[in-house]
Design a protein around this ligand. Structure first.
Ligand SMILES: Nc1ncnc2c1ncn2[C@@H]1O[C@H](COP(=O)(O)OP(=O)(O)OP(=O)(O)O)[C@@H](O)[C@H]1O
Length: 245
């Protein structure tokens, strides 16, 4: 109903009120409330099928068949688990795809430099590794200079080492750019590593929120990190083995 409105008057980057989205008469999102502050990093967890991607698609403006209010900044960008690069366009052209006007190649090159892919600007997508393709997809989001960056499991298909590097990169980009981020993930560790606030979605709403007050960069060996991780896993219904005495 009310997506696509410029920065909400509340001073939030995102203001969602009474949001409902139904499929075939079933409310997947049910009277959901959510505020995200400018520059805040939010991670969104929840069991499979609870509506995380549906919420992200609404905030991205890709789904407008809603009831309630979803106010988001006009400058927003989205990256998905699959990089979604057009195979017939070189990497730099993919990065500029859909931008208004006739942006120069240098604009794409700057964004690709920022994600460590400056040496692959003229490459074809099929010659990129999975991690490189995902970084190209993030560069495509960055050229939009978003106030809100929406990430739907962007690291889900990456191997463990590449995922750690990509997580670090997103953390650095967020700190440099200062945009708000909403990261949908299944990885509780990733959520605690990156987010200011972790939300758990259940029953079509935000059922739990956890502020992460650890200093950055965060260490997974920090006992407070382990405690936060265990608390969130319990919220998700996953038991963690007790620490050995
Ligand atoms: N276009 C659609 N038509 C019908 N049902 C849909 C549609 N999109 C999503 N759904 C349903 O809405 C529910 C929530 O889907 P969604 O993809 O948002 O879940 P999710 O939390 O992101 O799941 P996952 O963690 O497995 O990716 C699911 O039951 C799904 O089948």
């Amino acid at each position: 109903m009310a997506t696509d409105v410029h920065r909400p008057v509340t001073g939030q980057a995102v203001h969602v009120e009474g949001l409902t989205r139904s499929f075939d008469g079933r409310a997947v999102i049910d009277d959901l409330q959510l505020d995200i502050a400018p520059g805040e990093f939010i991670a969104l967890l929840g069991r499979s099928g609870c509506g995380k991607s549906t919420l992200l698609r609404i905030l991205a403006g890709l789904d407008r068949d809603i009831q309630g209010t979803a106010l988001v900044p006009r400058r927003r960008a989205v990256a998905f688990q699959a990089p979604r690069l057009m195979p017939w366009k070189k990497v730099w052209r993919n990065v500029l795809l859909g931008l208004p006007g006739k942006p120069e190649r240098a604009v794409a090159e700057r964004a690709l430099d920022e994600v460590g892919l400056g040496h692959r600007t003229g490459a074809w997508p099929k010659t990129l590794s999975g991690g490189e393709a995902q970084r190209a997809s993030i560069a495509r989001a960055l050229v939009r200079e978003p106030d809100l960056l929406l990430l739907d499991e962007p690291f889900g298909a990456l191997d463990a080492l590449t995922r750690i590097k990509a997580q670090r990169l997103v953390g650095e980009l967020w700190q440099r750019r200062g945009c708000a981020v909403l990261l949908v993930t299944h990885d509780v560790e990733e959520a605690v590593l990156l987010a200011d606030r972790v939300l758990v979605m259940d029953g079509g709403r935000i059922a739990h929120e956890q502020h992460i007050d650890l200093d950055r960069p965060r260490e997974i060996t920090d006992p407070r990190f382990a405690a936060l991780r265990a608390g969130l896993l319990a919220r998700l219904g996953v038991d963690t083995p007790a620490e050995p005495a």
